[in-house]
Design a protein around this ligand. Structure first.
Ligand code: F3S
Length: 394
């Protein structure tokens, strides 16, 4: 690989042992993927933030590292809220370890944003090179915002944070971003009434078929929250890091892409509306959990509207970034008055809150996919309105 002076100095250990090791990780990755050079990244998002997912081995590794991030670097949701975790019944030994994980990341200069939606609070522009690792966030910034990142692992994202560099391969290169599989819906008119949950259900099916290919959807007209649901679910049921929706996601409007869309051969798959509808289950649950990925302002507003003057009759958790919660106290108060809990910094999958929780109703295709394996819970998919009705015993 071609190395500039700074790359070489990092490899020579001139910036310390940790950064030297980090550059070695990136170099190994670059060689595997035959990258010709390193590029600078504008920001980094680091996963592997919950003690539930990294365990003692991950924590010990973090504690061996030193140095500071050299580009804005955001941390994924951790295993519990940074404050008031005691009120949620988080076990003390888990909390102690999580606090150590937080301290390790803070020491390395990673901002404790604790969200999978840092794109709501930071400007990400089309064409920006990033090194992000949480799969739904990767999918959103690539597909909806037109930025460029591979789906980094926790260590390679951390290496990018500490060096500001990433190998130039994969989705950083425009020619690798064109559609590889095309999806049609058998009854496009039916999609006009689809909610975020329907897009999550579509994502479950399309992600499993796509694997790590780049999907292209033709007839859909989703808003940004629907795109977020679709991408998150495809990243969970498959390994989709980028997708396109014709005339909706930014890259489909460019001549280069239009040419590929028109000329390339690719597998074409039809998904039936009935397959989507089948993923929606009965309306009986033990817990309601919303906010996977973390809520947008619009989603928070809709929930406040739906929960105003209602009372929940079962545990009802809403996961959001602390930054969103702090920005909208009035909306949050309307929600809290219903008895629902807004839980910042963590999520239904990476915290112990849903472990063995019984039947968990959610409007998220990603959570629906992960809740059985990660939390030993039974997932139930519903629209936001259904989740509210069930949570309020109606
Ligand atoms: Fe975010 Fe957790 Fe879902 S990290 S995408 S809320 S599984």
């Amino acid at each position: 690989m071609e190395l500039d002076k700074y790359d070489q100095a990092l490899l020579n250990g001139e910036y310390g042992e940790t950064k030297q090791k980090m550059m070695e990780i990136l170099l190994a990755l670059g060689k595997i993927y035959e990258a010709e050079k390193f590029i600078e990244v504008k920001s980094v998002q680091v996963s592997g933030a919950s003690f539930k997912t990294i365990g003692d081995a991950g924590l010990s590794w973090l504690n061996t590292l030193s140095g500071k991030a050299v580009v804005p670097s955001f941390l994924n949701p951790i295993g519990m809220p940074r404050e008031e975790w005691q009120n949620l019944g988080i076990p003390d030994d888990f909390a102690k370890k999580q606090l150590e994980v937080n301290a390790a990341y803070a020491r390395l200069g990673i901002r404790l944003t604790c969200t999978c939606t840092p794109y709501y609070f930071n400007i990400i522009e089309r064409g920006d090179h990033l090194a992000w690792s949480e799969s739904s966030a990767v999918s959103y910034v690539n597909s909806v915002l037109g930025a460029r990142t591979n789906r980094e692992g926790g260590p390679s994202a951390l290496a990018a944070a500490l060096t500001g560099k990433t190998p130039y391969y994969g989705l950083h290169i425009v020619k690798n971003r064109v559609p590889q599989i095309e999806f049609h819906i058998d009854d496009p008119a039916a999609t006009k009434s689809w909610t975020n949950a329907h897009y999550g259900a579509l994502g479950i099916i399309a992600g499993a078929i796509s694997g790590n290919r780049i999907p292209f959807f033709t007839e859909l007209r989703p808003n940004r929250d629907m795109l977020k649901s679709l991408g998150a679910a495809m990243a969970a049921s498959g390994a989709v890091a980028l997708y396109h929706v014709n005339e909706i996601t930014p890259e489909t409007r460019f001549p280069f892409f239009k040419k590929h869309i028109e000329e390339d051969d690719r597998e074409v798959v039809e998904i039936e509306v009935a397959e989507i509808d089948e993923l929606f289950g009965s309306l009986e649950a033990d817990v309601v959990a919303l906010g996977c990925p973390h809520l947008s302002t619009d989603e928070l507003e809709e929930l406040a509207f739906l929960l105003e003057n209602r009372r929940v009759v079962m545990p009802f958790y809403i996961f959001a970034a602390e930054e969103l919660r702090a920005k909208h106290p009035d909306l949050c108060n309307k929600i809290l008055n219903s008895g629902a809990k807004i839980v910042p910094d963590t999520c239904m999958v990476v915290s112990p809150l849903m472990d063995k929780a019984g039947v968990v109703m959610t409007n998220s295709g990603k959570a629906f996919t992960y809740l059985p394996g990660m939390c030993n819970a039974t997932p139930l998919l519903g629209t936001l309105e259904e989740c509210v009705r069930v949570g309020c015993g109606e």
